[in-house]
Design a protein around this ligand. Structure first.
Ligand code: SF4
Ligand code: SF4
Length: 385
């Protein structure tokens, strides 16, 4: 990984040291990928598809986002297609251009960048065979702290997400042009709305951008899960970074704040072997109702000490106190206010009745036929191959 904040060097203290990345068995991952392929979640899973349609029908936020951003997203999708189909404008550069790509990504405005080797395991089954090149450039765009704290749980947060995706896509268009000027190609495989060909978080972990947290997100040492991932596949001559140990799994075991503070009770406090990797598997059926109710929720990002204070401060405190987690048990870190349930202080969780806490699949039959997802049709690569 190369990032803007690497000058604030973080050294994993002895008390947090573990293994790089996530424990995984490549052969087992490949086995599950073969016998039980994983399609893209929003477009193909039962809860994902239900969420998209129910949000369009029963929330004010999603139609408003479509009204404001729909045309811009469609326009960018066309620009991406043209950029990806364009021939490189120069002969191939000689030698490894990893450093040049990373410097350019940071110059363009990304906050961190790493390289991962492509392998089929993390391609969604409906895009099999469509990722063109063997290396991925994985990029992070941080959400500003002040915007995050003030906008979370509101439609402003959803607008900010679109803005972030829009800006990141503009930068990826420039990065494709940068590659083209050196004789190489780039293909956007994750990041912009409507383009989600690969499981980007495992790739981000393999590019050394962070480690998976108990909240199911990749925690950057600098901004926790308060960031948006992007990925480009490329034929450029580059060197993969590889996964790193940031001490996050050990920290999470002692922390568990997201587990306790999740309003949907969707984060279990145990890791399981899941499709070849050891991970914390969120309960999607419990999370989705909160995503819909609270403008993508994100309480699990808000209450994470790594997001709030940065890993260097959290690790220093952990080491100095013999294992205390910075901010744990404080209102500053753990408190939040839900629009319809009021303030939830340390130890308090909102209550929901049965219908509020589940995905209302029963309502799908009542929707008019023209209520459908709003982004899937934008990118024709969404069609199953
Ligand atoms: S988004 Fe909300 S409901 Fe879902 S896991 Fe995070 S805190 Fe829980
Ligand atoms: S809140 Fe704590 S347990 Fe959850 S992801 Fe952050 S550090 Fe890990």
């Amino acid at each position: 990984m190369t990032g803007r904040r690497e000058s604030a060097a973080y050294v994993v203290p002895e008390s947090l040291r573990g293994s790089p990345g996530t424990p995984k068995d490549r052969r087992e991952e490949a086995f599950f990928n073969r016998v039980d392929p994983d399609p893209e979640w929003l477009t193909n899973s039962q809860p994902g598809k239900a969420m998209e349609r129910l949000e369009m029908a029963y929330t004010a936020e999603r139609p408003e986002i479509k009204r404001v951003w729909g045309a811009r997203i469609a326009e960018q999708a066309q620009q991406l297609k043209a950029a990806e189909q364009a021939e490189p404008v120069a002969a191939k550069s000689v030698g490894d251009i990893t450093v040049a790509i990373k410097e350019e990504a940071l110059r363009l405005g990304f906050d961190a960048v790493g390289i991962a080797r492509f392998h089929r395991t993390y391609v969604y089954s409906n895009y099999r065979g469509l990722v063109r090149f063997k290396n991925l450039i994985v990029l992070a765009l941080e959400r500003a702290t002040e915007d995050f704290e003030s906008q979370i749980l509101s439609i402003d947060y959803m607008h900010m997400t679109q803005q972030l995706m829009h800006e990141g896509t503009e930068m990826m268009l420039e990065l494709i042009a940068f590659l083209g000027a050196r004789g190489y190609r780039g293909q956007v495989v994750a990041g912009p709305i409507g383009i989600n060909m690969v499981k980007v978080l495992p790739y981000a972990e393999e590019a050394g951008l962070g480690q998976m947290g108990l909240n199911g997100q990749l925690l950057s040492p600098y901004f926790g899960s308060r960031w948006h991932p992007f990925a480009l596949s490329t034929d450029a001559h580059v060197t993969p970074d590889g996964p790193r140990d940031f001490g996050i799994p050990t920290l999470c075991d002692s922390c568990q704040v997201c587990v306790r503070r999740c309003p949907g009770r969707a984060i279990p406090n145990l890791r399981v072997h899941w499709r070849g990797a050891v991970k914390n598997k969120l309960d999607v059926e419990k999370c989705v109702p909160m995503l819909m109710r609270y403008a993508t929720c994100n309480i699990c990002t808000k209450v994470c000490p790594v997001q709030k204070y940065g890993l260097a401060a959290v690790a220093e405190h952990f080491e100095a106190t013999g294992g205390e987690v910075l901010g744990k048990g404080t209102e500053e870190l753990e408190g939040y206010t839900l629009p319809d349930r009021g303030y939830q202080g340390v130890g308090a969780l909102p209550r929901f009745d049965k219908d509020e806490a589940r995905i209302r699949y029963d309502l799908l039959d009542q929707l008019p036929p023209d209520i459908g997802p709003w982004v899937h049709q934008i990118d024709e690569r969404k069609e199953p191959s």
